[in-house]
Design a protein around this ligand. Structure first.
Ligand SMILES: [Zn+2]
Length: 172
């Protein structure tokens, strides 16, 4: 989340918390305000998870830090976290779109389901050091892995944005 957006979010949360603390607020006003806080928090959560992926953290590592997705919540936390953010692409396969912090490529992330890194993340630039390391690590972990992606998914296939969240509390 960029600095300006963080300032806006914090200012909005402070205003909303003030409404919740007000003795004049009715229960229905408080429901509305609490709902807006939940929406804003969810939007911030999505943004920060994608930022962590852009920075090169694995879904597994991010899930360890995400309440409700960590080890205590089961061993499929990384997949559940991915699925909570993903939208279906044209081919029907779930994906998350993000910008690689290493090569600045727009990456279609297909989630933490294993396989060749070039299948799981498409859109890295050819010179991407991070992606090259991921491929080298993957190849080293297997004895007879094919040298190229095996699923035949269109390189650069678009990943539609997840449904937007209407923040609706006037953070201009
Ligand atoms: Zn990259």
């Amino acid at each position: 989340m960029d600095a300006q957006r963080r300032v806006q979010v914090r200012a909005g949360l402070v205003r909303l918390q003030a409404v919740l603390k007000s003795e004049r607020a009715s229960p229905l006003e408080e429901v509305s305000v609490a709902g807006r806080i939940a929406q804003e928090a969810q939007a911030a959560f999505v943004f920060e998870v994608k930022a962590a992926r852009s920075a090169g953290h694995s879904w597994e590592r991010i899930a360890e830090h995400a309440p409700g997705f960590g080890p205590a919540a089961g061993d499929d936390g990384a997949q559940r976290l991915f699925e909570s953010l993903a939208s279906a692409s044209g081919g029907g396969r779930a994906c998350v779109s993000l910008r690689c912090g290493s090569c600045d490529g727009v990456v279609v992330d297909r989630g933490p389901y294993g396989g060749h890194p070039s299948d799981a993340e498409q859109g890295h630039r050819q010179e991407c050091a991070r992606h090259r390391r991921d491929v080298e690590r993957y190849v080293a972990s297997l004895s007879d892995v094919p040298a190229s992606p095996s699923t035949g998914i269109e390189p650069g296939a678009a990943c539609p944005a997840a449904p937007g969240i209407d923040l609706g509390f006037g953070l201009e």
